[in-house]
Design a protein around this ligand. Sequence first.
Ligand code: SPV
Ligand code: MG
Length: 668
Amino acid sequence: MKALILNSGLGSRMGVLTSEHPKCMTEISSRETILSRQLRLLADAGVNEVVMTTGLFDSVLVNYCESLDLPIGFTFVKNPVYATTNYIYSIYCAREYLDDDIVLMHGDIVFEPEVLDKLVDSPVSCMTVSSTLPLPEKDFKAVVKDGMVMKVGIEFFDNAIEAQALYLLKRNDWKLWLDKIVEFCESDKTKVYAENALNELDGKANIHALDVKDLLCQEIDNPEDLANVSGRLKEIENRTVYMTFSTDIIHGGHIQIIRKAQKLGKLIIGVLSDEAVANYKRFPLVPASERKVMFENIAGVYKVVEQKTLSYKENLEKFKPDFVVHGDDWVTGFQKPVRDEVVSILAAYGGKLVEYPYANDQKYKDLDNRAKAELSLPDVRRSRLKKLLEMKGLVTVMEAHSGITGLIVEKTCVFQDGGTKQFDGMWVSSLCDSTAKGKPDIELVDMTSRFRTINDIMEVTTKPIIFDGDTGGLTEHFVYTVRSLERMGVSMIIIEDKTGLKKNSLFGTEVQQTQDSIENFSAKIRAGKAAQKTQDFMICARIESLILERGMEDALTRAFAFVEAGADAIMIHSRKKDPSEIKEFIEKFRAKDKTTPIVLVPTSFNTVYEEEWKELGANIIIYANQLTRTGFPAMQDAARTILENHRAKECDDKCMSIKEIINLIPEE
Ligand code: SPV
Ligand code: MG
């Protein structure tokens, strides 16, 4: 595609403004002339070849174009008789360079980027018209029938519409018009408009009317036009556009949509907070502060701000952008409520939502998958629990005891209020790991086997892991456990202050259980902390005083002693349905210690919502066994159903489909 710009005219109606250069070099803003703006927009729209006809001030124009240093190849064609002919003859002079799709424009026309984009993207030949502007007395009008331009000239008023000499002409349609122009010029009709030749084709050139309505598309004939257009440009250039990004990798698809958005006005980018990104898709590899800098360094981005939540409300109300730009992927699906909110906020002040087709490019998906794979590497995975705690204040963790349950925790996601919610990490429970092996929860399943479970989970997931280390075993053994877990990429081990034959806490005092002494257990914690190699790994001390009915004071004394010994977090456990003793513990612990994370396993005291735990000062909520306790009864039911019916048909409706399995376990 080439552009043909007609600049042979004298521009005499501009007075002194055109005494030393052609009209197209008239300044329309402090930075641009009519021509430099036309050329910049053409280059932005991907039109990189320009044929320009010249006349008076030919060399001034040629030098000027070259000085602009644009990615455009120029062919200049001088009309030797510019003073006595019209532009029909200039086109005739340039005819050998015009065998292509052509964007044809007069050199004095000023338009906004959207107009050129619509034109260049048009699949058919078209001329820009405006159905909202009044019919001009002396300027071009187009006679339009069924959307097609039949005639163009200043003399038509019936069935006519305001029109501008800005066309896209597809090669074959253009050829018809150009042949007519040649015919005219060779029979000496050189003082008429090129459109006079077009009119003889009676619509055969297939030119559609492209209605640009109120978008700026206007020629500059005199100083009043100039003042008017300059004013409109100022208003256009002050428009703001808002876009939100959650990405931590910038690729070509992002740059493309940014460039499009920039054409609408000054681009404000909202960088989604780390917390919002972690909830919405995955843990960001690059923190919001760095993602902000990334966008600040993209040429032409006006401002970068933080967007705290998926909702645009706060920033739209603050910046009142003229446009919001987004891919069309949110028209349906879980983001629809966010879009609906944006639409209603924009409607309240007259803003506009612009949606572009979503870039579904495989290479960008591969990039994201690679970033996701990174999250499963030991160093990256291990450090993420601490980061999530800092970022969110409260993290939620779900039990996993195998690859498949790991995948369920990894992938289960619910859509609520335009956002998504998913678990932050996985708990490798001693109870569930033992149960899956048909064994009691008494430290019978040895570490080699427990590590195997971790490995199975790690192979197919990326989320951080908290390991249930039971009593931690002998201190001499515990240090090895710490180092092994750390090496594997586990983020935290929780050890409970019991000794001897450990039984599951939920048995409470119904079974014989012995609590370790503060001294012994503190020594174990100290040894573990000394053994670890990184700053990321966390050792959490679990206090069994409430389970063993030793009282609140004992629980608190132990908690402070274990923190003193180096514990990175405290888990307080209870088997009561009533959450009061846990609430009391948190309150009393927080009165003295504001920062050490508090871990809860609300299996029995399960009526309190996460938000309330967060407000009280808890930091990690572990759903310790619900996948096991729901999964196995379903299996028992299936087994019973088949036994009772002597066939499997009755069981069918209870089964997961193969398709669901494939979705859960994709092949690499
Ligand atoms: C586990 O899940 O194995 C636990 C938590 O240790 S609890 O079963 O509540 O003791
Ligand atoms: Mg356990």
